[in-house]
Design a protein around this ligand. Structure first.
Ligand SMILES: *Cc1c(COP(=O)(O)O)cnc(C)c1O
Length: 398
């Protein structure tokens, strides 16, 4: 497909071609572990990398390849490589590109699993340190820092990082910038345009969009992606299955449409809730948010669909969650269905009070992943739950 086509066109078409064997219009699920060489000489050429082609699905599979091509097209990078989960993608980056004595720096906070991975890396002689913001990062970067890792907006307090400034700081010491673009998706932010070297996703979230598959992917320059495939994928082995790749391909066709609906719903909800004046609302789309102007520039005039509310104390947060009807209480985010969570007692529980306080993850904080339902219904649900949370004690046994 013509890669100069516009974003929505690429979301539909990139990575697709009529199946060469049958003409099938949808990308078939190639449920096969291995691929016949045809003859011995070709087998030798495939293994030597002298000829392109599939030979074992841990390394590459046609359905998975179509997903990789679509994502690379949407992120505007040369190539991409898929993994069995977002954490599989993150581990492959770290294990492929770092060695003993190297350092990894990140702007806190990151997704809990990523911070957990970094903690494991310290056991192998890799230094890990966190910066509060880009200025702090720039001051402390050294030649030993090989990777700089950022998320924007962050989870769950929606802080915004200036990607161009982070890329410049990383490049000044020869480090690579890795951006976890799960929250924004390429429909809003394409980090490579701001200088990011590698862009990773938990495809589980918005790329899939329907809460029915776990997967991950990394996009970047062809040489680094090949290195990730030949080491981080081949030797670590978190390979995406063709069934999941099929679901992601299908989900990504509507990514731009879904993101429009997600963002519009979140903006409507955040605006209405902030206007009440009795709640603290965290959402980059609110003019009062410290990252508002930067987010507007970096996210194409939209602000994502995750917002957090501070209800003041743990009891009120719990009662509010228990009274919501349209927001399922569950981890994950980015599904067409709205989801809700209480970070301090669930996903961020292990961090301890001091670290929670530092990141502003208070006992009253509730995170909402706004789905694509009618925003009026969502606001009615939230408003009713807020009134009930004020009036009634926690509903027993719900
Ligand atoms: C969910 C998530 C991950 C981990 O992805 P999995 O697919 O669950 O392994 C990484 N980063 C962010 C920002 C996430 O939300």
């Amino acid at each position: 497909m013509d890669n100069t086509a516009r974003f929505r066109t690429r979301a539909v078409h990139a990575g697709h071609q009529l199946d060469p064997a049958t003409g099938a219009h949808a990308v078939p699920i190639y449920a096969t572990s291995t691929f016949g060489y045809g003859d011995a000489a070709r087998g030798a050429r495939l293994f030597a990398g002298e000829e392109g082609g599939y030979f074992y699905s841990r390394l590459s599979n046609p359905t998975v390849r179509a997903f990789e091509e679509k994502l690379a097209s949407l992120e505007g990078t040369q190539d991409a490589v898929a993994f069995a989960s977002g954490m599989g993608a993150a581990s492959a980056i770290a294990l492929t590109l770092l060695k003993q004595g190297d350092e990894i720096a990140f702007i806190a906070p990151l997704y809990g699993g990523t911070e957990g991975l970094f903690e494991m890396l310290t056991r192998f002689g890799i230094g890990v340190w966190e910066a509060h913001d880009v200025d702090d990062l720039r001051e402390r970067l050294t030649e030993r820092t090989r990777l700089v890792w950022v998320e924007t907006p962050t989870n769950p307090t929606l802080r915004i990082t200036d990607l161009r400034a982070a890329a410049n700081a990383a490049h000044a010491v020869g480090a690579r910038l890795v951006v976890d673009n799960t929250f924004s998706t390429p429909a809003l932010t394409r980090p490579a345009e701001f200088g990011a070297d590698l862009v990773m996703h938990s495809a589980t979230k918005y790329l899939g969009g329907h809460g029915d598959a776990i997967g991950g992917v990394v996009a970047g320059d062809a040489e680094t992606i090949l290195e990730l495939r030949l080491h981080g994928l081949r030797h670590v082995g978190a390979s995406l299955g063709p069934f999941e790749a099929y679901l992601f391909l299908r989900g990504m066709k509507t990514l731009p449409l879904r993101m429009d609906a997600h963002c519009a719903g979140a903006e409507y909800l955040a605006g209405a809730l902030a206007a009440r004046g009795d709640l603290k609302v965290f959402y980059p789309g609110l003019p009062s948010h410290p990252g508002h102007a930067l987010a507007r520039e970096q996210m194409g005039g939209r602000f994502g669909a995750i917002l957090s509310l501070d209800l003041g104390d743990f009891g009120a947060a719990q009662r509010f969650l228990d009274h919501l009807q349209l927001f399922t209480q569950a981890v994950s985010l980015g599904d067409v269905e709205s989801l809700s969570s209480h970070p301090a007692s669930t996903t961020h529980q292990l961090l301890g009070e001091e670290v929670l306080g530092k990141h502003g993850i208070t006992p009253g904080l509730v995170r909402l992943s706004v789905g694509i339902e009618d925003p009026e219904d969502l606001l009615e649900d939230v408003t009713r739950a807020l009134e009930l949370a004020r009036r009634t004690p926690a509903a027993a046994g719900r």
